[in-house]
Write a protein of this length. Structure first.
Length: 244
């Protein structure tokens, strides 16, 4: 059978670009558009939707921001349906952080909650190769203790590895999104003392290897709560100086 064709309708909305984007999303949900498909030309789409090209381009920009469409220039270019990633979530969280909708306290608190869920499942699903990846990360972290940027990135990667161990892409995307904002926040603080982290990591790995779920969760929560106190204390110092 020939592949199903998208069924687009003329737009009658004052916010036409949103309805255009909604119809393209619906065609993807119905399976008439699939990852890798090239959308019709701007001219053809404008005619089908009954909109201007400017309206269509605004809709495509909206879908591109959401990670659903990739636009490519050139003779073989056009707008293509792409596999969605978590980049849009990261961008939205960063916008919320910059606008003040979420602050450091909420950010670090949510990170503790999410990590507890991830650790619980990672303990149950970890393979020997996963444990080795975590152990290698800890070894690397030991060698970069005097390099703030590399140390921070290595510690963030430890949490990404844990998220991947769950074999659940939603957990991976959520953790990536939080870490993007957390990285920005941590870099704004500058260097700080966290010598307790590596000993905690080693205790955590021993608990994880023995499948001690509750012990591993408790160890991770204790370490993250201590980090949270350090982060918020450092964040309060510049604010106090600014007010004085």
């Amino acid at each position: 059978m020939p592949p199903a064709q998208p069924e687009f309708r003329a737009i009658r909305s004052t916010r036409a670009f949103e309805e255009v984007a909604a119809q393209i999303r619906n065609e993807l949900a119905q399976g008439r558009l699939k990852v890798g498909n090239r959308l019709p030309s701007e001219r053809d789409l404008s005619e089908k939707f009954g909109t201007s090209r400017n309206t269509l381009r605004e809709a495509l920009r909206l879908l591109e921001h959401a990670g659903l469409v990739r636009r490519q220039k050139g003779a073989s270019g056009g707008a293509f349906i792409t596999e969605a990633t978590g980049e849009a979530i990261s961008a939205d969280l960063m916008d919320m952080y910059h606008s003040g909708a979420i602050g450091p306290a909420q950010l670090t608190e949510a990170r503790i909650w999410l990590e507890s869920v991830i650790v619980r499942e990672a303990c149950l699903r970890a393979m020997p190769s996963d444990i080795e990846a975590l152990r290698a990360n800890v070894a690397t972290a030991q060698t970069v203790q005097d390099d703030f940027d590399r140390r921070a990135e290595t510690h963030f990667e430890f949490h990404r590895i844990l998220a991947r161990i769950t074999r659940n892409q939603i957990m991976v995307v959520l953790m990536d999104g939080l870490l993007v904002v957390l990285r920005h926040f941590v870099r704004s603080l500058g260097n700080y003392e966290n010598k307790f982290v590596l000993p905690s990591r080693r205790r955590f790995l021993k608990l994880m290897e023995t499948r001690d779920v509750e012990g591993a969760v408790a160890e991770m929560e204790s370490s993250l709560k201590r980090l949270q106190r350090n982060y918020l204390a450092h964040a309060a110092v510049p604010a106090a100086r600014k007010d004085s």
